[in-house]
Structure formats: C-alpha cells, structure tokens
Design a protein. Sequence first.
Lengths: 157, 157, 490, 490
Amino acid sequence: MKLDVIVNGREGELRLEGSRFEYNGMVRDYSMEASGPGIFSLLIDGRSYQATVLSPGTIQVNDRIFSVEVFDPRELRARSSAGASAGRQNIVAPMPGKVVRILISVGDTIEAGQGLIVVEAMKMQNEMKSPKAGTVVELKTTEGATVVAGEILVVIE
Amino acid sequence: MKLDVIVNGREGELRLEGSRFEYNGMVRDYSMEASGPGIFSLLIDGRSYQATVLSPGTIQVNDRIFSVEVFDPRELRARSSAGASAGRQNIVAPMPGKVVRILISVGDTIEAGQGLIVVEAMKMQNEMKSPKAGTVVELKTTEGATVVAGEILVVIE
Amino acid sequence: MFRKVLIANRGEIAVRLVRGLRELNIASVAVYSDADRASLAVRMADEAAHLGPAPSSESYLRIDKIIDAALRHGAEAIHPGYGFLSENAEFAEACTDAGLVFIGPPAEAIKKMGSKTAARQIAIAAGAPVVPGTESAIRSIEQARATAHSLGYPVLLKASAGGGGKGMRRVDREQDLESAIRDASSEAAHAFHNDEVYLEKLVIEPRHIEIQVLGDHHGHLIHLGERECSIQRRHQKVIEECPSPLMGIDPGLRDRMGAAAVKVARAAGYANAGTIEFLVDRDRNFYFLEMNTRLQVEHPVTELVTGLDLVSWQLKIAAGAHLTIEQSDVRWTGSAIECRIYAEDPENNFLPFPGKITRLVEPSGPGIRLDSGVYEGWTVPFDYDPLLAKLVAWAPDRNAAISRLKRAISEYKVGGIRVNLAFFTDILNDEAFARGELSTAFLDGFFVRRKPAPDPAPEMEAVAAIVATLSRQKPAAPVVNPTSKWKWEQ
Amino acid sequence: MFRKVLIANRGEIAVRLVRGLRELNIASVAVYSDADRASLAVRMADEAAHLGPAPSSESYLRIDKIIDAALRHGAEAIHPGYGFLSENAEFAEACTDAGLVFIGPPAEAIKKMGSKTAARQIAIAAGAPVVPGTESAIRSIEQARATAHSLGYPVLLKASAGGGGKGMRRVDREQDLESAIRDASSEAAHAFHNDEVYLEKLVIEPRHIEIQVLGDHHGHLIHLGERECSIQRRHQKVIEECPSPLMGIDPGLRDRMGAAAVKVARAAGYANAGTIEFLVDRDRNFYFLEMNTRLQVEHPVTELVTGLDLVSWQLKIAAGAHLTIEQSDVRWTGSAIECRIYAEDPENNFLPFPGKITRLVEPSGPGIRLDSGVYEGWTVPFDYDPLLAKLVAWAPDRNAAISRLKRAISEYKVGGIRVNLAFFTDILNDEAFARGELSTAFLDGFFVRRKPAPDPAPEMEAVAAIVATLSRQKPAAPVVNPTSKWKWEQ
C-alpha cells in the first residue's frame, strides 16, 4: 500500500508492507494494536507511541497533535494542480459560533483591517477583520447563522 | 411498537408510543437521551435514570443490573412451547476459562456430586460436579478448550 | 440535614454538587435548559427539572422557574453553585420567601459585598488594608496633584462608575496627570454617562491571592488559608494553587491575610463559604480587592491542602449546624495546583471553541482529582462559559505537584474541540513558574519568552500518518478487540 | 537519579509505576507477554519489550529474559512491582550481577524473610511478639498436653512443613487433643511426606493489620503506620484501610506495632519499602505473621493518609538517597479505604471471570483515587491475577470515606465481565463494617446476615426494557450525538 499524505501541511509518502513502513525514506518495522476506543499502541524500535484519533484526520501521538490528510497519489496530484485562484482570499471563521453582525455587503470596497463579520460564542464576540484591501466578491453566511471553525464566510478579491 | 420482553427471567410486555411507554400495565411519559458511549439518560416523572448498556442485553439502571431479552410476540410463544426435554440436565461452565481435565466419558453412569470437568481461569481450578445421578449423554467440549460462562459442557440424563 | 436539594447550576459544578449531595445521602435535583438535557449532571442527578430555552436569561437566570422547580420536586434547599444566580441577593431572598434554604450567606451579606464601593467601605471600617487612594471623585487638578504626590507615582485613574478597564489610566509622572484626567474622564463619560474619576495607587504586577473563609450561623468564622490565582487571561483565572509560593518567603503572610479576611467577613455579617480577594504587591503588602459571596471555582485546591470538604460544610452550615473546626485545627499539607480546562484555542487568542467532543481520555491515578462536567460524545454548547473540567494535582511539595500535573495532562486527550491542555504543559515547564515568580502580568512575559515546540521526531509523524491511514480504511467499531491483531486490506 | 527503569510487571501496578516514573522524569520500559501486547501499561510506557508466551513461567517469571530486556533498552534499574519476581532473591541477585539496581530490599533480606520459620526466628530475636506455641515438633502426647495446657485452649495444630491449611486442626478441649494429633500428623505425612506437627495458640477471629516500613541504605528506618486488611476472601484481601478502626479504641497501638515492625525490619537488614503483617486478637495483642519484602498492592491507602509517595521514595532510596523523613515527621490525616476491583463473580463463590470489557465508566471527583490497569475494549486475559483496579477513597473521617466510596462505586460501570462492585456496596452498607467490627472471619458472618436486595422499582425495570429494545434496534455508533433527539423506527 502506497499513499501520499499531508502531515501538518507537509507532503510526504507512506508505504505500508506487512509489519514494515517506509515514510519519506525512513524504513522501520512496527507493531500496531488497538488499545482503547480510538486509541492505538505502536511499537517502533522498542519505543512505545500512543496514538489517539481525536477526530477523523486529527491524530495525537504522545503529546503532539497532527493533522493528516491521506490521498492515493493520483488524488494529490490532481489537487495540487488546481490551487487557489491568485488574489482571492478566504476569510474563515476562527472559532465555532453564531454570526451576530455582518458589517459588509457583496461589492463593497474595503480597506485592510476593516471589520467584516462578528462571530459570538460563549459570550465572547470576535470581530473578523480583512487582512487586505479589496472588494467583497462573496458573502457565504447570514446573520444568526451557526458556523464551524474554518468555515469560509467571506471571499475578498 | 409492542414487544414481549424477559427482564431478569420474568416475562413482561412493553409498548412504546412516541414519548409514552406502557410496561406491564404501567403507563408513563418519558424522555430518553444518549448521554455518553452506551449510556442513556431517561427522565420519568421528574426522576432521572442512568442506563448503561454493559453488553447487548445487559443493562445497568442506576445501581441495578438487568438482563433483558426482547422478542416480537410470535417469537416468544414459539420459544416457550419448545422448552427443555424433561429429565435432561445441562451442565454449564460457571466461569470463562480453559478445560483442564475431563473426568467422564459419554455413556458413563454417574452419581450425584461426582466430578465431571475441571475448568481453570486465573490460577483457580473449579471442579464441576453433577447435580444428580444419571448417564452422560453428551460431552460438548475437549481438554484444552476455551469456554465462555454459561456454555453447555455436558448433558446428563 | 436536608433530604433533597436543588442545584441551580450546570456543568462541572453541578456534577460536583451531585457528588457532594450523594455522599451526604441527600437526593439531588438538577435543572437544565434545552441545551443541557443530555448533560452529565442531569444523567447523574436523582431528579431533573427543565427550565426553558438555552439562553441563561430564559433558564439558569430565571428565579421564578428555579423556585418553582424546587417546590415541585419537594427540595428543601437550593445550592446556587458559582456564577448565574449565586451572588444575587434577590434570589437568596426569593428562596427564603418560598420557604427554601438558600445555601450561601445571608442575602444582606450578598448585598453589602456585591457593591464594590460598599465592600471597600466595610473593609476599611474593619481595618483591612485597601489600595490607597481617594474614594470620592477628583474635584480639581490641584487636589489630584496633591493626592498623587502623597500616594507616590505611578498612580491609577479609575472611573467611579467603572468596570472592565474603561476610564482607567496609568500615570507615571506628574506632568502627565492633567491630560490623563481629561482622557479618562471623557472615556468614563462616554462609557458610563458619568465623568467622575478617582485616584488609586497603582499596584505594579500584583499577585492575586485570595483567602477562603467559612462561618456558621452562630457567629463562628474561620479562614482556610489562601489560593494564589495570579495566572489569568482576560482577567479570568487559569491556574490556582495553595500554598502561594509567597508563603515560603514570608510564612507569617497567611496569618496576616487570613486575619484581615476574617475581620472583613465578620463585618459583613458573613456565614457559609466565601472568598476575600486581595492584591499583593512586590513588598508583600496586601490590599482588599473584593469578596466573592459563594463557592469558588477553585475550591478543590483548598479542599486538597486542608482536607476539608467545603461543599459538605456548606450544606451542614445551611442546615444550621455548628462549624466544629477551630482556627487552630486547620492544617495545610502539601501543595495543590489546579488547571482550568477550557474549550478554547490558546493559539488563537483564547477564543472559545465549543463543539462536539469526539474523543475523551481522562487522567487518573495518584494525587489526581478531576472535576469534570463532560463526556465523550457531549456537544459543548455555545451558550455558556467554556469551562469543561478542573484538573487538580496534590503532592507533598510544589515541584512534585507540577510534575504530577504534567503527567496527568500527558494522559488527558480531548478531540473534536480545542482545549488549553498543551498551554498548561508549557506554563508548567516555564522556569519563572517553577520559581514561583507569579503576577497577574505573568502571561504577558510568558508569551514573549515561550519557545516554539521543537519539531516532533520523524517517527511520531510517521505514526500519525500510519494511524490516519489505517483508521480511515477501517471504520472504528465502538469497542475494538485489542488482543486480536489489527488487520486491514492492502 | 535513574534515567531509565524497567518495570518487571503487568496490570495496574505497571501503570502505577509508569506514572510514578514519569513524575520523576525517568523513562519507563514496560515488558509484555503475548497476552499483554495491547495492555494499558505498554501503551502508556515510553518503551516496551516483548518477553514471550502468555504463561508467567515463560514471560513475567523469566529472569533471563527480563534482565536481557533491561540491558537491551539501556535501563539502569528494575522495579519488580508485587507478585511475580518481586520476592525472589535470585532475581534481585541476578539484577546486581548484571549491573542493574534492583528496586527493593537487599537480596539477603528477601532470603531471610522469605522463609516463614526463619522470619519467625528473626522476629523472636528482635523481641517482636509471635503467636505463642512450640516451634519444634511434638514428641509425645504428654508434652503436647502440657504445652496446650500452658497455652490455653483453643489451640491450633500445624504441620511443620505445612501450608495451605493442610495438616491443620483446631483443638478446643484436652480430650480431643490426642486424636487431633493423629489426624493432623497423618494428613501432613500424606501432603508433605513429613508427619511432624506443632502447637500454636489459636487466635480467634483475628484482625489482619500490617505495618508499612520504609528504610534507606544508610541505616535509617521508619514506619508509616498500619493498614487493616481483615476483610479477605480465600485468604486474599479485598478491602484495606487506614487508620484501622482499632486505633480509635487504643491510640497507642500504632506506636507499639510500628516499633515492633521497625525492630523486625532492622534485624533483617531491611531497606526500601516493606510490610510486616500481624494478627491482632480480641484483646489487641498482636503477633508477627510474616514480612512482605516489596511494595504492597494496598500501598495507596498509606500514601493517602500520610501524604507520602511510596513509589517515589522506593526509587530515590534505590538510587542511594537518604530517607529525609524522621519518624516524628510522619502524620496520619483522615481516613482512606481501598476496594480491590476483581474480574470475578461474588455471587458465584468469587470465581474468576475474565473476558472482554465491553463497557467501562470510571469514577472520579473529590477524594477518589483510581489505580486501574484496564480500558474499554481490553480483554482481561485468563492467565493472570483477576485484579483490574483499585478504587480508593480518602475523606476527613471513616464514615465520610465510606460514603465517598459508595458514591464512586455508583459511578463505576463495567460490562462484559463480572466484577465485585455490588459486593462492595453491600459491605460498605453493613452495620458491623460501619462500626469497625472487623476480623478475617468478617465475610462468613456477612454472607449470613446480608439481606437480598429489595425488588427494583418497576420504573427501573421498564427503563432496562426500553433501553434494551431501543439499543437493539439502532446499532450504537462509536460516538452518539447527545444533543439531537434519539430517534427510532416504530
């Protein structure tokens, strides 16, 4: 089994053959056992690694949390050739919460640092500011909407 | 939904309609929520019941453990008409473990209290004795076999 | 003693109270909003009453509904926990009017200590030190200059009607005083429709140290020592400990602060558990700040070092019992440190991060106390405080308590939401923290000197990739069989 | 201090040691048999070494393999835990020969105290009381009559080479003595090929009380007080506590027993942690029984009341440190009670009940310490001791500790196997237990007076039926969403 992976944003290659893995050129024998709900014990060279699946794609190994995407090689190539269209900037929700105020409309010309949207959770309001000057080309949420962290709310060009 | 149930060996009837249940003639409103992995919170008349599914068919409610079988009504009737054949006695494993010695053979005439099989777990040996005099008609295990609690090992007639 | 008590709260403190009541053989009634039907407290309580929709104003702050639930369920008393209605004198009175016992101080004491200026007057009258300054507003620049001179610079301008840092100005030199008064006064006018400002001596990088008091309704009042809560973000405590590292330098400080706290509480006619907060300056002068007229979030720290059960005493005192502990009976043993586990992202300005907890592994073992209000699968609601749990370690000394906390954090795993566990590890590894050099400005310096974590070993990265790959291919069963070899298709 | 230590054990004690090592910043090496690859200790340790097949004789008892693993992993010391090789002098010597530190007493002390008769001689020489009797075999009926007369009836006949109750006879009257000697002697000859029997005074319904000792390699030795372990089934402890309820009646008893224990340990040349077991009769006379030359299962009880960390001290002492605690520094605060959670069926003669743990909900909160070696999904192997975990409560007094334990047990749920949780609730509710009337015969009387549980409320039965029905229809997802209404097809 050979896969391309992105671990914490860095691309890598993983090959699994029986009890042996190859990761970015490092070849090791390993043993893996389920050791609790969503918890795995891996032994490599006599060292014990505790891996907890915090959520799909988020794996804690000992005290470090890794965000992992797994692709079969074709998938990844297709993905990287696409890319984001230059000049467009997505404004994403920094935390889950409720949109309490929208301060702009599509078509508005905005300055860097201008307030765009206010998201509230747990009595804390967070005003999201534009990282650059530009024009609002998309507004993907409404006042009162519930958003998850990382959700794209506004697109600036 | 109407079902026949056996709770700790006693037959009963359960009817569920929306947020109302009827159990052996007792009618109550209830609310049920998942409240943890395999754990449910039920509210009846303002009282809170904590139900944990210990394993399929074994439910702990507050501090009491219930063994529950659920049948649709036809199933149960079929089951009760079958019954165990008179005079036959199943000898079941009292605990999970390993069969370390078999002291009888099929066809042997045995006395009440005679040792039949020795099961071992966690360094404890348990000699299973015949509850009555009779003949060994079936021997369902072998030395070295792993058995689960409640598994039929010998049939006496 | 009571037979049934209603808990007018939610989250970890509601669970703490269910446990405390059960240990006294008292039935518990939980209350819940729509967002909390599936909460741990409701599941664990003996009874539960629905209050209303998720917003606190329609549920946990509704005095009428809570009193009604208590009466309907036949509760004899109400424990308010902390937050919500716990420091609301009107609620305490409503309980009494309905024939219910409010488990806390007399309503009169809540009122007296609820107003910051009234509390300051009581403290002054009781002979407790307060931050030196003028209580009345500044009338003229000449008067202000004279006062500032006698206090000594730096001084702090504060709005009389103030709060939340608005209308506050630090003034370091006399030549800046006049313009600062102008600015502060104008900001105060804008924020509070009241332009009055007054002067206080500025306490530089103070420690926040509070004293736990406990009194019965028969006039007996003692203190249970201090908790140092200097480590704060957004004026909210994140780590609390007892003993304060200051006590090693100045062993008499606890007695002096304790005596002052008892005087203030007595002057307020206080009974039940309460906390007097002080600021402590670099010369270990302490100044009364305010009183919290309720059980404190961080009460486990005191329970661990004194061996006394504060919730149990709250209940007994409310039921009329005598506090049978004399001041000289109270002993402080070892060291306890508490971390507040919040659903928040410490890497993103501590923004709240509610959501579904997809994985939860909780620590235990020697010296670890976990007061938690959540479970795996619980969705932390948007609507309330982000506190999930309190992780507390006790050990014979502070260094061992720090090591033990780090060990427990290494066992603690929370998935699906962000929590501040790694942030605590970094603080607990900080050298200034280890030396006990604490102040409310601690985190400012900490963020500057904190080193980024070293790159993880490549094996760890490989493990993450392997587990992500294999757990993707095989959907995890609710319970996996650990003794059989893990298999997958290639 | 060591940088890396190998743990030559498994189960909850291996987890306890991983935690203790981590808190001292020492890397841990777990060992495992085929049955334990997926164990909690292996997952939590820093390193892990495979020993061999499941049977202990091929894994945890293999001195050669364990030493080899320690050397391969670069460990500097080995902690043996309890059981397995912990009281094996040959193992201690093999460690030393391999240049490894054995974390325990000198091999010589293990040898001396390992033989029951040698240990008894040491105790007598040290001036510690032993059960009165003849050490040498009975030569004639006349001699036996005289001895029995001087001891006072009832007396106990014991086989010189004996063990496990074989060749033992209780004799209540002189006229029964001759035939009893004949029977016992013949049984002993049959069992041990040695017909020698001797006489001891019978201690009627004794209490089992043991003293924890702790000493360094520089001659300093102290005791940390008692643990009462009278509640036993099949000569195995199930509940342990400190203080013993006897200490309330006779506060000097701890000092007297402690002094005796220290004398015995000193005579044996003891160092590190050890335990001297005594029988205590109804008149509070105590008699040396034996010494356990290792960490005890029930050590958390002592840790909770003294505030001392025994594992931490074991490591420091083994590394050569001085024990810096004087006898007069040791304080006992509050009350701690431990329940041993076994995979067994208390309703079926305590037969072991290994298997897969399909559900596990663990207690926590104030005053609760859980030392566990299992997790949900773990299959408890057939091959070892059925101890899963130790649940320990600390509270300011014994009654509060009992209430707290009951509260914790009410939160503890184990599915898939049988455990003795409900059995503990019944004991903790027992009035004789509450009064502290304990003896090794406690459980005999308890089973007679124990009332069957009342029928559950019909609502509880209905809840069981509803949950069984609805959880049957909807296969449980690994994580259920608790805030959405639970839905099903009708």
